[in-house]
Design a protein around this ligand. Sequence first.
Ligand code: HEM
Length: 161
Amino acid sequence: MELNPGLLPLDWLLGTWECDEPGEGCFPTIKPFRYTETLHFSHVGQPVINFMFNAFHAESKKPLHRECGFIRMQPGTNRVAFIIAQNSGLVEIEEGELTGQQLNLQSQSLARVSFAREPHVQQICRVFQLRPDGKLEQTVSMATDNQPLVQHLHIVYRRAS
Ligand code: HEM
């Protein structure tokens, strides 16, 4: 099916991405960890990209973090919105700009289930970048109730299909 023309600026995301080497997780309050992650971006012809990110512990292979959602672009602009649901009970809207093949996103709104674990996330910033070598890089920073904005995740993916 043809990609909706409004999403052509994001066509480089479509498909499945697997990590090259384990990603690195860190935060001042936790033990550094390594994880693997697979990303799927697809569409059904609507002006919307569907995505699913599934992360696993690098050593035990246990499923850990999962998120899924939708990506929209404001017509005629480079403004991009991610609508995200996470298995931790967090839902979020992230918005930002597409510059070339780099997406810079900031959380605009966060909500969570009433019994979500503490500390609660207060802010999220993400960067996706298609590198000149064809690899995709994702960096996520977050602020919580008791920590200022600092990096939580960094990972590089290669295209699997
Ligand atoms: C810990 C949020 C993605 C693995 C945490 C904590 C928060 C958080 C709030 C607790 C920090 C603290 O105790 O001070 C998020 C958000 C994510 C995200 C908002 C996405 C935007 C991921 C991913 C992985 C991951 C993709 C990959 C496996 C972990 C691990 C810990 C952790 C292993 C420490 C142990 C634990 O508390 O479960 N994360 N996380 N997170 N996160 Fe993430």
